[in-house]
Write a protein that binds this ligand. Structure first.
Ligand code: AMP
Length: 204
């Protein structure tokens, strides 16, 4: 099962991709997570990535495409995968089309005021648990940190980049007949079960 979760930053792609990965036993591939790992390790790729990420801009397609080609060669991808944050440009989608058969591109639609609260309020623990100071505050004593790009200025730029690029991507998957559009701003359990309904119907 090869699936893409699409949507603006803060739409819940990462949260649902992680839950789907557990449910279906296939990897969750987040280009953002891969890049953040490289930044943490201080590699050349990480140094390059940080300059784009801190500015809320997209990395060049060729860099991202190389990362994905390498990742899809890993044995855990044999039974399928869930993409989160990839593809983000039409070139990335076309390249993916050459090496993968996407069965569902699920677009999680959200209003901007929710997206901004989710991003500006997002806090993480070192082991990856995500809280939100507005909706799901971390318990007292739990140490949390904020992503470098979850600040007001970068959030604005990330949303702008999303709205500038998502139209052709949506059209691309619509034309292929694999686009599914659902609300991403309903309760987490509701969104998850809507996604599962789509995927289970595909796999019947
Ligand atoms: P995310 O965690 O998906 O919000 O991504 C964080 C940042 O990583 C983005 O703002 C971009 O700078 C970079 N990034 C992640 N995925 C991609 C991609 N597919 N293409 C280009 N840049 C990306």
């Amino acid at each position: 099962m090869n699936v893409i979760l699409m949507g603006a930053p803060g739409a819940g792609k990462g949260t649902h991709a992680a839950d789907l990965s557990k449910k279906y036993g296939i990897p969750h591939i987040s280009t953002g997570d891969i890049l953040r790992e490289e930044v943490k390790k201080g590699t050349e790729l990480g140094k390059l990535a940080k300059s784009y990420m801190d500015a809320g801009k997209l990395l060049p397609d060729d860099v991202i495409i190389k990362i994905i080609q390498k990742r899809l060669e890993e044995p855990d991808c044999k039974r399928g995968y869930i993409f989160d944050g990839f593809p983000r440009t039409i070139n990335q989608a076309k390249m993916l089309d050459e090496i993968s058969n996407i069965e569902a591109a699920i677009y999680l639609k959200c209003d901007d005021d929710i997206l901004i609260k989710r991003l500006s309020g997002r806090r993480m623990t070192k082991d990856g648990r995500i809280y939100n100071i507005y909706f799901d505050p971390p318990p007292e004593g739990v140490e949390v940190y904020q992503r470098d790009d979850d600040n007001e200025e970068t959030i604005k730029e990330r949303l702008k980049v999303f709205y500038d690029t998502f139209g052709p991507l949506i059209d691309f998957y619509k034309q292929k007949g694999v686009l599914y559009e659902i609300r991403g701003d309903e309760q987490r359990e509701v969104v998850f079960s809507n996604i599962v309904n789509i995927l289970d119907r595909l796999n019947k």
